[in-house]
Design a protein around this ligand. Structure first.
Ligand code: GDP
Length: 202
């Protein structure tokens, strides 16, 4: 898939105010600092479509982008960052939950995992929430360039092994690096395939 256009549409904290378009929608979520903004910018080949910052917890809104006029990309707030106050964390958890429970256009979510880290409870709990509510998701391992190929394989294998303690099968996963562009083609091909199943020519 070639990215011809990537336009920002709207940011908000209320799922009822999200765009009314009936286009297939893909949501990106993960712990703060996982590399979500960098990944979105890498995939879209834009420098600053999503805001990258060294300050975790900054993006606390549901951000909608329209891609190639055929599908929607959603940049969701990072979760599980300790320095965000408890009340704030609760409030974005609620609107994140509402988003996943109510957004009918959502066809797939991407849960981002920093490949250098062992499985974290907050991520496993989040996947559990998606599973229980029948929200389809894939795992996207980020920052692959930070590991050598053998430790990369070792981390991916042990992560999947951990998931098999909870799931009958491991969700589709991608290994990416925003600095090298690794995983980009495969990832966009996946979206293309899903879009095609909705008869959309992207
Ligand atoms: P977000 O909070 O999840 O949106 O994370 P950011 O995209 O802002 O990235 C957090 C930090 O990780 C920044 O310092 C990025 O430069 C760095 N980072 C993100 N992705 C990668 C990657 O693929 N490789 C490397 N080496 N660093 C990355």
């Amino acid at each position: 898939m070639k990215i011809h256009t990537a336009e920002f549409i709207i940011s908000n904290t209320d799922v009822s105010k999200c765009p009314k378009d009936r286009l297939p929608e893909y949501a990106f979520i993960g712990r703060s600092n996982v590399g979500k903004s960098s990944l979105i910018n890498m995939l879209m080949q834009r420098k600053d479509l999503a805001k990258t910052s060294g300050k975790p917890g900054k993006t606390q809104l549901i951000n909608h982008f329209k891609i190639n006029n055929t599908w929607l990309l959603v940049d969701l707030p990072g979760y599980g960052y300790a320095q965000v106050s408890k009340s704030k964390r609760k409030s974005f958890q609620k609107f994140i939950q509402d988003y996943f429970l109510q957004r009918e256009q959502l066809v797939c979510s991407f849960v981002l995992i920093d490949i250098r880290h062992d499985p974290q409870k907050v991520d496993l709990d989040f996947m559990q929430f998606l599973g229980e509510n029948k929200v389809p998701f894939c795992i996207v391992f980020t920052k692959a360039d930070k590991l050598g190929s053998s430790s990369l394989n070792k981390q991916v294998t042990s992560y999947k092994k951990k998931l098999l303690q909870y799931w009958e099968e491991v969700p589709t996963s991608f290994i990416t690096s925003s600095t090298s562009g690794m995983g980009r083609e495969e990832f966009l091909q996946f979206i293309d395939g899903v879009n095609e199943s909705f008869s959309i020519d992207s």
